[in-house]
Design a protein around this ligand. Structure first.
Ligand SMILES: C[S@@+](CC[C@H](N)C(=O)[O-])C[C@H]1O[C@@H](n2cnc3c(N)ncnc32)[C@H](O)[C@@H]1O
Length: 259
């Protein structure tokens, strides 16, 4: 079995070396974007970096109308599920319609794990070309309805998020502009808000990544932390992965140089 279709992932929970095991439903029958639905290396790298990143979820939640975590282009949802457990918060996992049944199945598969970590995962359809609206799906078998009631029901339609995560979402020339528009529409305006991304440094994608960085800086974001990781041998590839953390620039702050 290739690593991309692996059905469970151990993810670092904290600096003590504890891990959580995220279950992924068998995606072999599903296709999206002409690719077999899979978990990509960026997701495993980013999921394992999250526990090292300081985040502040104060004043987030249903009553504050601010999501904890929003995942863009979630795929199988490994990063969003990990983020919810590691940071003990709510995460909304979004993607295009063909991907939603698999994400929903993965939320359901990890329901007990989520609950043990005081975490909540919900499903949404968010197309980066129309980021103003998240169409609610179901989560853990619960139908999400605007104005509905229940523990796991959130009206996420127009909420911004304290943290946006996105793994392996920059692989065509349209993606930088679309993603930056989605971030502008969805990232909380507070100084504590963070955009956290990870992507493979494949030669063919470097121009898109440079374009992404320029557009993020033009949008008023500044990169405050970045790193590179190698993925383990089981992935059978030697591409390095880069992750980066962004926040809104403070007034009068000059952007740092990019990649
Ligand atoms: C290479 S996959 C990465 C999936 C997952 N983040 C991972 O790393 O395993 C890219 C994801 O972005 C999603 N995507 C592509 N274009 C999109 C768009 N316009 N709006 C929302 N999602 C999009 C795809 O459906 C796919 O799930």
């Amino acid at each position: 079995m290739s690593s991309r279709t692996r059905l469970s992932f151990d993810v670092k929970l904290n600096k003590l070396g504890e891990t959580i095991n995220i279950q992924i439903s068998d995606p072999s029958g599903l296709q999206a974007d002409n690719l077999a639905l899979a978990t990509w290396g960026s997701s495993e790298v980013l999921a394992n970096v999250l526990h090292r990143l300081p985040v502040d979820f104060s004043n987030t939640g249903v009553l504050q109308h601010v999501l904890g975590v929003l995942e863009l282009g979630a795929g199988t949802g490994l990063v969003g599920l990990s983020a919810a457990c590691i940071w003990r918060t709510n995460a909304t996992l979004t993607d295009l319609p063909p991907l939603l049944p698999a994400i929903d199945a993965n939320i359901a598969l990890n329901k007990d794990l989520l609950s043990r970590h005081d975490a909540l995962a919900t499903l949404g359809m968010l197309d980066w070309s129309q980021p103003e609206c998240i169409e609610s799906g179901s989560s853990s078998g619960t139908v999400l309805k605007e104005g509905g009631h229940g523990d796991s029901i959130m009206n996420v339609k127009r909420m911004r998020a304290r943290v946006i995560v996105a793994a392996d979402t920059v692989y065509s020339e349209e993606h930088p502009e679309l993603l930056v528009n989605a971030v502008k529409a969805r990232l909380d305006s507070k100084p504590e808000a963070r955009l956290i991304m990870c992507y493979p440094l494949r030669i063919g994608y470097l121009d898109h990544i440079r374009d992404l960085w320029e557009r993020l800086e033009d949008a008023g974001l500044v990169c405050i932390q970045e790193g590179r990781e190698e993925i383990d041998d089981s992935w059978d590839e030697d591409t390095p992965y880069e992750w980066c953390v962004w926040r809104w620039q403070a007034v009068g702050e000059r952007p740092q140089s990019g990649t």
